[in-house]
Design a protein around this ligand. Structure first.
Ligand code: SAM
Length: 229
């Protein structure tokens, strides 16, 4: 039995695979985005608290990268935070704009974000880099770093595992990442990792999260890393 998060991921992957193979959007948007329950944030309470706590510490605009139908964007905006969403799937962006008309969303993907250099206070990438080919993860994180100002923040969530392995997630692969390996890529892209954490919830794939701060000219502006399991 799949958890709410895994069902959500299945829907995203099915949608992306369709986009990639057909290169056009001829799909029933309502059926696709309906699986995301756009009015309800189906994340674990621990994740909601974690993301909110992280976001409240960000100074400036937060970009919710891989926002899907915009539920995290909405959640943070409801707390009074400055946040916008980006997703490569136009149907999700259409849904987000319809559901949350006061908020800003645009089509875009993590490796080529449609924003200027150092224009963001932080990037939230919650279970969106799971679909990036491992060979592209360095370039993708480097573009995230390009967009975040010095001392700005990054928060990632992903499926954690002992080895970097694809798994058959509905139709297309996603990847389990060892947390230390992904943290190394994050640092090589120009961040200092401040916090890593893992969690095993019954019936769900193992959760991993990394937060980091953007460095500038080799200056380490972050406190030492801590790990919570
Ligand atoms: C599993 S869903 C997560 C949605 C939302 N962030 C959440 O946590 O509920 C993955 C999302 O990542 C998006 N995505 C996939 N590849 C991406 C990429 N290269 N850059 C940005 N977003 C991507 C998908 O379109 C989808 O909305």
């Amino acid at each position: 039995m799949l958890s709410a998060r895994d069902r959500l991921c299945d829907n995203a992957i099915k949608y992306l695979v369709t986009l990639q193979s057909a290169r056009q959007i001829q799909l029933g948007a309502a059926a696709l985005v309906g699986g995301f329950e756009p009015r309800r944030l189906a994340a674990a309470e621990a994740d909601r608290d974690f993301v909110l706590d992280w976001a409240r510490g960000v100074d400036g605009l937060i970009l919710d990268v891989g926002c899907g139908p915009g539920h995290w964007t909405k959640y943070l905006a409801d707390d009074g935070l400055l946040v916008e969403g980006v997703d490569p799937a136009p149907e999700f962006i259409s849904s987000a704009l319809e559901q949350y008309p006061g908020l800003r969303f645009q089509v875009g993907e993590a490796a080529h974000l449609p924003v200027g250099d150092a224009s963001l206070g932080g990037v939230l990438s919650w279970y969106s880099l799971i679909h990036v080919e491992p060979a592209q993860i360095g370039a993708t994180l480097t573009d995230l770093a390009r967009c975040v100002r010095a001392d700005g923040g990054l928060a990632l969530a992903f499926f954690e595992g002992p080895e970097l392995t694809p798994f058959d997630h509905a139709v297309a692969p996603a990847y389990f990442w060892p947390i230390d390996l992904l943290a190394t890529h994050v640092e090589q892209a120009g961040f200092v990792v401040t916090d890593t954490r893992t969690r095993s919830d019954p019936g769900a794939r193992r959760h991993g999260a990394i937060t980091a701060r953007r460095i500038s000219a080799g200056r380490d502006l972050a406190p030492p890393r801590r790990h919570i399991d």
